[in-house]
Structures are given as C-alpha cells and as structure tokens.
Ligand binder design. Structure first.
Ligand code: AMP
Ligand code: ZN
Length: 495
C-alpha cells in the first residue's frame, strides 16, 4: 500500500516518494503572532499535525519545520500599510517583541490543548534576517530583483518570461494582473505584481536591521524561502499551509527559490481548505473568528455550550482536509457524541480478551471486521482521508458493542482479528488522530465533582432518579462522563 498525496502544483493525487528514502522534510507556514489564533488557523495546524503523525506512523523519519512570523507582515497584501507588529506595539506602547512573546506563548498553549505535537524546528523570521538578506542579494545578482530607495522588489514580469509565475494556482499573467490594482503615480514598483523582498524602514519603524541597502526589514514571503532552505535544503518533500496562501505567499516562495537557486522548493504542495462560518471563511479581518478559548469555556454569544479541545479536534477530523468545513453548534454537538461513542467502544475493546469458548469463528463477521480495519490505512493512504477512516471505525462500533452486550461471543472473531482491532483503535485514536482523554488535574473541579457525586448518591438512595439523571446528563453535556461503578460507586472523566 502506498501513500498518495494531492499536489496543488499538479492538481492530481500523486504517489508519495520521498527525496531521501525513509526521510521526509516538511515545511508548514506558521502563525503571524500579532493576535490570538482563531479556530480556522487551528484547523490548518491540526490537519498538518495529523499528516505529520501519519508519516511517522508509516515509519518515516520526519523533519517538520513550522515557522513563526514575528516580523515583516504588512497590513496590506500588496506591500502597503504598516507592519502589523510595529503598529500594535506603538498603539499599546510596548516593545514589538512583547507582542511576539505574548502571542507565541498563546499559540503554543492552544497547540498543546489541542494535542498538536511540536514541530521538529520552529524558526522565527527575526532569527533569520541574515539568511533573508543573503537570498535577496542572490536574487538581485541573478537579475530578478531591483532596488528603489532602499527597498528591493522582485521583478515578476521578468521572472515570468523565464518561468510561469502563476504555476501553483494555474493562472496566466493576464488573469493575475486582472485581480490587482493599477500602480499609483507614487508607487516605486515597476510592475503591479512585483513584491518586496526587503523594505526600507522609516526612522520611526520599531523593527529594523542593517542591510546592504540601508536600515530595513524583510518582506513576508522571503522568510519562508530562507528558513525552509536552511533547515530542509533547496528541495524538500512537502510544503503546506492554508489554501488562502497559495495564490500569493506560496506563489512568491516558488518564484524566490527559482530565481535564487534555479529550483522549485517543494515536491508536494499541500493546502488545507478553510473553516467557514455560515459559508464564509473564518478570518480575523472579517471579525467572524471564534477563539479556541471561547469554545473551551462556552463564552461566546453564538455558542450553546462549551466544547472540550478533543471535541474540537474530532470535529476537524470528521471532514477531509481539502473540503471546506462549516462551523456550527449542531456539528460540534454531533462531534461530541461521536467522539464519546468511539471512546466508549475503545474502552470496551481494551477490556476484551479472546474468549476460550470452543466456538467456531463467524467467518463472515471476521472478514467484515478485517475489511473495515484494513480500510483505515487505505483511506489514510488516499490523501489522508480522516473522515473515511472515522466512517470505518464507526461501522466497527456496533460489532464491539454487541460483543460487550453478549449478543456476539468474543470468539466469533479470531484472536488475530481481535488483536488487530485493538491495535488499530489505539493507533488511530491515540497515535495518528492524537485524541486523548483529558484527565482533569484540577483541585477545584475535583472538589466540585466529589460534591456532585455525593448528591447523586443521596438522590439514588432516595430513589429520586429525576435528580440523579439530571446530574449525570448535564455533566455529560459539559463533557464530563460520570460512570456508575460496581457497589454504587461512581467515577468520572473528561472527554
Ligand atoms: P496567519 O496567522 O493568518 O498567517 O494564518 C496561519 C495559518 O492559518 C495559515 O496557514 C492560513 O492559511 C491558515 N488559515 C487562516 N484562516 C483559515 C481558515 N478560516 N480556515 C483554515 N485555515 C486558515
Ligand atoms: Zn510561509
């Protein structure tokens, strides 16, 4: 079985063959740390976390590089406006690096809550100014960039004569030009599509570095070319990010690498589709962004309740990464139920031991279970189709539940099949999908739960089942599973 990945560049699913056998180099564009991450950003990072985990599961030694953009991202997409960090720092009267520090920590915290593994290397733009200057110098030497008053622009028109500039999104120069504004009289650029590699800083600009062209700061696109080359080489296996980055940021990255090294940087370009709200892309600028914290606390006027980080993660997995995913209370509630169903089945599976009854294996059932198990890898190998893997796992749940309820004897499936089933549930739920049961380690919650369990026990003793059910059901709604154990004891866990 071989892995196939949809490549934005070829617009096809292609067999994945790494450049160096058994090794994978993967670069994913990270966050611009000038504000809180919204759930749309989380979708992209969860998708690549699953891709990373699956490549590791397949046995590859993966070097996963995900950068932090902490300088050089301007407000406008066409090199206009202020630098996002400097502007906020001025407004808040703090150092730009205080902004960077605050939101980098926040980003890491959310990644941890969502159980995303840290990348192998997390380089920052400010830590690689020298490398960015070096690439810029080389692009000028190669004749694809020009200087105007201390700012360096990439000459798109000239580049396009040698290489098709719009290759990643399959667009011709004329189409691309149509989408851009005319250059105003004041503009320094020669061509409308030219973009800055290095930007001259005004004296009051808070983040600036010396360069051969005077004091300035790097353009946004050059950082990813510099850092991917430094850690993964001039050519590496996978480059990823959200689909919104393909038309400009990634298109420019390809042009920069070609102009500098005469090589297209990545073999595979992978793009995640957008998380939407009522069909509209979730984004900071549109103001329709939900923060992860708002979900975890339920503290948002449009949310009916709180959802745990694992419910949010599971919600993302239920749709293939290249399809859009619409955010809604209903979908999240369905995910919460779905996740519980799978966890419960997994708990049952963990307890199952192969029956010693001398019963013949139900060949048909055994074959069905094997087929569903094998489909998991097949679906993942088909461009990481997590949604279909979950479909197969859900089909296995009734079989597991029937065994639990004694409707099917354990021995109806062979010992090998049972063992495979147990392994696959563990591999997919825990290792590949990165789902984990949160064991709340919180004194306050422990105290509250002790009290609720006490009240529920008293209610049960008085045969007040309305109250005892209410406690159990409402806890379930907030993501806490209260279980009745033998001897009237109760235990609980957080999903
Ligand atoms: P940013 O911090 O804006 O540079 O975005 C970080 C990552 O999140 C990029 O890969 C974006 O493409 C991605 N992203 C932004 N908005 C969304 C969205 N609504 N759905 C999925 N990914 C998104
Ligand atoms: Zn990037």
């Amino acid at each position: 079985m071989s892995l196939k990945i949809y490549n934005t560049l070829s617009r096809e699913k292609e067999f994945f063959i790494p450049l160096i056998p058994d090794h994978v180099g993967m670069y994913v564009c990270g966050p611009t740390v000038y504000s809180n991450l919204h759930l749309g950003n989380c979708r992209t990072f969860i998708s690549f976390d699953i891709i990373y985990r699956y490549l590791v599961y397949l046995g590859y030694k993966v070097r996963y590089v995900r950068n932090i953009t902490d300088a050089g991202h301007l407000e406008g997409d066409q090199d206009e406006g202020d630098d996002k960090f400097s502007k906020l720092a001025r407004l808040q009267k703090v150092e730009p690096m205080e902004i960077v520090q605050k939101y980098t920590l926040g980003f890491h915290h959310v990644m941890q809550l969502l159980n995303n593994l840290p990348p192998s290397i997390e380089p920052t733009a400010t830590g690689h100014i020298v490398e960015q200057i070096e690439i810029t110098k080389q692009i000028i030497t190669n004749g694809y960039a020009y200087e105007v008053n201390g700012t360096i622009y990439f000459d798109v028109e000239k580049y396009n004569k040698a290489q098709p500039y719009g290759i990643l999104t399959n667009r011709k120069m004329d189409d691309l030009l149509e989408g851009t504004r005319e250059l105003g009289g004041q503009n320094e650029k020669r061509g409308r599509l030219d973009f800055a590699l290095w930007i001259k800083a005004k004296p009051e600009h808070l983040m600036q570095w010396p360069s051969p062209w005077g004091m300035g700061f790097p353009g946004w696109h050059i950082e990813c070319s510099a850092m991917s080359e430094k850690y993964l080489g001039k050519k590496f296996d996978i480059h990823g990010g959200g689909i919104d980055l393909a038309a400009t940021h990634h298109t420019n990255e390809i042009a920069q690498s070609q102009a500098c090294y005469h090589i297209s940087p990545a073999n595979f370009w992978m793009h995640t589709n957008m998380l939407t709200v009522n069909g509209i892309r979730m984004s900071k600028s549109l103001g329709n962004g939900f923060l992860p914290e708002e979900l975890f606390t339920g503290n948002h006027p449009l949310l009916e309740k709180a959802y745990t980080p694992m419910t949010v993660r599971f919600f993302m997995l239920q749709t293939h990464y290249r399809s859009t995913l619409d955010f809604s209370n209903d979908a999240l509630q369905a995910s919460e139920k779905g996740l519980k169903r799978l966890w419960d089945a997994y708990e049952v599976l963990k307890q199952l031991e192969f029956g010693s009854e001398l019963l013949a294996v139900d060949v048909e059932l055994d074959a069905k279970v094997n087929k569903l198990i094998n489909e998991c890898d097949e679906f993942m190998n088909d461009d990481f189709n997590t949604a279909k893997v979950l479909g197969s796992m859900f089909e296995l749940v009734p079989v597991i539940n029937s065994i639990k309820e004694g409707l099917i004897p354990v021995a109806a499936i062979s010992a090998e099949t049972l063992s495979l089933l147990q392994q696959k549930f563990k591999i997919y739920l825990e290792d590949v999908f990165g789902l984990q049961k949160s064991t709340a380690n919180n004194e306050l919650l422990n105290g509250v739960m002790d009290l609720l369990i006490e009240i529920r026990k008293e209610a049960k003793a008085k045969r007040d089942f309305v109250t005892s059910d209410k406690i159990r059901d409402q806890l379930a709604e907030t993501g806490i599973n209260l279980k009745d154990e033998r001897g009237g004891e109760m235990s609980w866990e957080v999903y």
